[in-house]
Design a protein around this ligand. Sequence first.
Ligand code: ARG
Length: 465
Amino acid sequence: MAGVKKPWGGRFREATHALVEEFTESVSFDQRLALYDIRVNLAHVEVLRKAGLLSPEEARVLSQGLREIEEEIRSGKFVFRRELEDVHMNLEMALREKVGPLAGKLHTGRSRNDQVATDFRLYLLAETGEILQELLALRQALVEKAEEVFGVILPGFTHLQHAQPVLLSHHLLAYYEMFRRDTERFRDLRRRLEVCPLGAAALAGTPYPLDRDLAARLLGFREPARNSMDAVSDRDFALEFLFASALTMMHLSRLSEEIILWMSPEFGFIDLPDALCTGSSIMPQKKNPDVAELIRGKTGRVYGHLMALLTVMKGLPLTYNRDLQEDKEPVFDTVDTLRASLTLAALMVEGLRPRAERMRAMAEEGYTTATDLADYLVLKGVPFREAHHLAGRIVARAEEKGVKLWELPLSELQGLCERIDQDVYAWLTVEGSVARRRTPGGTSPERVREALETARRELEEEWCG
Ligand code: ARG
């Protein structure tokens, strides 16, 4: 409905064009900030009271009105009106309907510019808190699966070619490391979220003696923003959030890609529970890893959101410009996408059933212990380059005969290199290969046990802290 009296309408003689109203409104999406806007309003009432701009009785009435509105929002009764443009003016008008013209005092010493920046930071503080819990649950699922499958060997790949045998637990813990770094990134960016723009007003500060430390404290921020112009126009915090989310999605997408590959009959490494797969409307035999495919697919939109906001920001002169209203939808969609993806990835990891025999059999394919053969020759005094060459010739011989390395008779091996002895066979098994990779961070069972213990300790500390 165009033509409603706007809170900013004093200098306007004509009603807003209906298309302009539709084009400029943000309440259809920024209503997500409503409860944070209430908190910011409540804190501002306190600050105004302390500054003597509201009597204690006025402050009480305003707070009471805000709390009633909060209840209506929580119970879903509150009706947001598009013609009131954004969440801030919707709440202010609702307050006016409750307490009358006194509501007009609430916007003293404040602008929607510092208000929306504060709301948005509170929103992201809450959501990153949830995301950190979801990351923790995913890391927990990875560690539990790694413990459950301890001892299972599969081929490790480089170039998607069989490279060297590794423990499946080691492979899973590689993802644990990625999500641990993601956890650090979200924790770190929260420090910069914990800065309160309130008191910057439109851009220059306000003539009223507002206690900005009090505002920051009441809202749980570490400190007030240091520069009022930066406070209303900075969106680094949202960009950092989008970047950390894009990176986490990239990790989730790689995990998904492996689940998809591993579930194909060509790999045949794993199965997923029916509950986590979907079927085909035409091919009755199909059981597809659609959840993993969608996580991989949705990664694209999160990258897009990061690029979108970087582009919104790049040409903006100080300070607030309405372009900044375009910060919200990319962030909201990223929150929804990332949180759902994290939860579903944890379910997939929990449900993942490895086909240990198939993995073990494939770990033997492709001469995955040829490096071990070269390492053996090195211990017998052959320089590595030469050892590499000799091992390559032995692989070629085995390939010609269509046998595994350990199926070549000793005499034949000795024909290629006389330093080879009976003890070589212990070096050619996949178990031996895995067991020997004992450098810190390697795939030997002792090292992986230690890595599991470290991860367990970290998780315990984080669940408690
Ligand atoms: N809806 C606006 C936004 O999201 C709120 C701030 C509006 N400020 C203004 N001066 N028009 O950015």
